[in-house]
Design a protein around this ligand. Structure first.
Ligand SMILES: [Zn+2]
Length: 471
């Protein structure tokens, strides 16, 4: 027995020794593409049980868009939400790129000694894309605080203006980088996201654009989304945790102050084809834009301070994915999960869908809500639930719902193909949103209630048709 214990101790020591001495180091300096790639590969090799490295695409200059996923949750566990953090969509806004590398280093080296890190990795899948525009970064200039080379990609296109836009037709040709993001979002369900920029100090939230017919007299009014309370909360969490962002100090190059360190994107300056509106409207992913440095490309010596300022804010922001509701939608007879079921919180005209395993998530503030669920071949369900203000864990209030869908009655099998056409919206079709400024757009599109009415109408028509034919 004693010999056995000694062997175990020796084995553990060897693993610890190998782990400590094989850990990649990370200095406070800018990492060009090759160094960044090497670091991410080294981390993935040193922490195989905690990380995995994958690429979502390639740029014109053949730079891979690397994503490091960090999680210790088993793949088989249902309900683990995914968060993504993206930096450097503007290649010359470089601080976020290094801050995200340090966030990776912080997570992988603190699992055993930080309760926060351990809990987050055990309960979250965190996907980090340190550079969405490596081509732009390679030609940008350290120390250049204002507009400079490298903002755009190698085709000189601003990537944060080249996504499909719900409000206006975006004529910009799709880029490799934007297409990679679109495919990534189509193939994965991300609940929460942030995009790190530079050149200001503010947390900016959707919408970023208005309907075409909006009166554009300055100052611009906010373009309010159905989840405005959630977005304002998320932006405030970041800004208030950051040591100076919440003070709303304008940077020297800014002529306005941001109250509480947050701003509605369109109220600041409206834009077409932005990534955060695309995430939210087309994929139900809640994304905000974080401007984390007054200087777009600060000198490397400023990186330690920038990391310190943003570390706690990033951790607290990731935590927010655990506030709200989540669950699984299943067939109530077979108990099989139902994929791509359409969900909506009553009173909020924004859709989200279940994963291939029937999972769903929605970030919500404490309150009483009704979840509406539709799926092809099933009776629609509405479920009342409460998101409690009482914290189950620090910052966390998650309500779990098991949604069991009854299959529709026999006649409905005739309907199912038609229902499928109505509920399986094309991947790039936007979810339904309506605010006072968006009613016109909604009238031209099917919304959740339209679908319900059409389904009901079709069922009634089918029953009448079948009865009149003696079936
Ligand atoms: Zn930017």
């Amino acid at each position: 027995m004693l010999v056995h214990s000694k062997r175990l101790w020796l084995l553990a020591s060897i693993f610890l020794f190998v782990g400590v001495f094989s850990s990649p180091t990370l200095n406070f300096q800018y990492h060009r593409y090759d160094d960044l790639s090497q670091y991410l590969h080294d981390v993935a090799a040193a922490y195989p049980n905690m990380t995995s490295l994958y690429s979502i695409g390639e740029t014109l200059r053949r730079h891979k868009l690397w994503v490091l996923e960090m999680s210790t949750a088993p793949d088989s566990t249902l309900g683990i939400p995914s968060v993504k953090l993206i930096a450097n969509i503007h290649g010359n806004e470089a601080a976020g790129r290094e801050v995200l590398l340090h966030l990776i280093q912080f997570f992988v080296t603190n699992y055993s000694c930080s309760e926060t890190v351990r809990w987050l990795l055990d309960n979250t899948r965190i996907h980090i894309l340190p550079s969405l525009n490596p081509d732009g970064f390679e030609v940008s200039v350290e120390g250049k605080c204002e507009v400079g080379p490298g903002r755009e990609n190698a085709r000189l296109v601003d990537l944060n203006r080249s996504f499909p836009d719900y409000f206006q037709n975006n004529t910009k040709p799709r880029q490799y980088e934007t297409q990679a993001i679109q495919d990534w979002l189509t193939n994965n369900t991300f609940v929460l996201s942030a995009s790190l920029h530079g050149g200001a100090l503010v947390a900016n939230y959707p919408y970023e654009n208005f309907m075409e017919n909006t009166d554009m007299t300055q100052p611009y009014p906010p373009s309010v989304s159905p989840d405005d309370d959630v977005f304002r909360h998320l932006a405030t969490v970041y800004a208030s945790t950051h040591p100076t962002m919440h003070l709303g100090y304008p940077c020297n190059n800014m002529d306005r102050e941001f109250q509480g360190g947050i701003i509605n994107g369109a109220a600041w300056y409206p834009l077409i084809g932005g990534m955060q509106d695309y995430n939210y409207i087309f994929h139900g992913c809640v994304e905000i834009t974080l401007e984390i440095s007054c200087c777009k490309y600060p000198l490397a010596r400023e990186l330690p301070a920038l990391w310190d300022e943003n570390r706690e804010a990033l951790l607290k922001y990731i935590y927010q994915v655990h506030q709200g509701v989540r669950g699984v939608v299943r067939d109530n007879t077979t108990h099989q999960p139902i994929r791509t079921a359409g969900l909506k919180i009553e009173g909020r005209d924004s859709y989200f869908r279940t994963t291939s395993r029937g999972e769903f998530w929605r970030i919500l503030l404490p309150g009483t809500y009704h979840l509406q669920v539709h799926a092809a071949g099933y009776e629609p369900q509405t479920i009342k639930f409460i998101v409690s203000p009482k914290k189950q864990k620090e910052h966390i209030t998650t309500t779990w719902l098991d949604v069991n869908m009854p299959p529709v009655v026999r006649q409905a099998t005739v309907v199912s193909d038609q229902v499928l056409l109505l509920t399986n919206l094309p991947e790039e079709a936007p979810m339904q949103h309506s605010t006072t400024t968006q009613k016109m757009a909604n009238s031209a599109r099917l919304n959740f209630m339209d679908i319900s009415l059409l389904i009901s109408g079709y069922i009634t028509f089918s029953v009448v048709y079948l009865l009149s034919n003696g079936c």
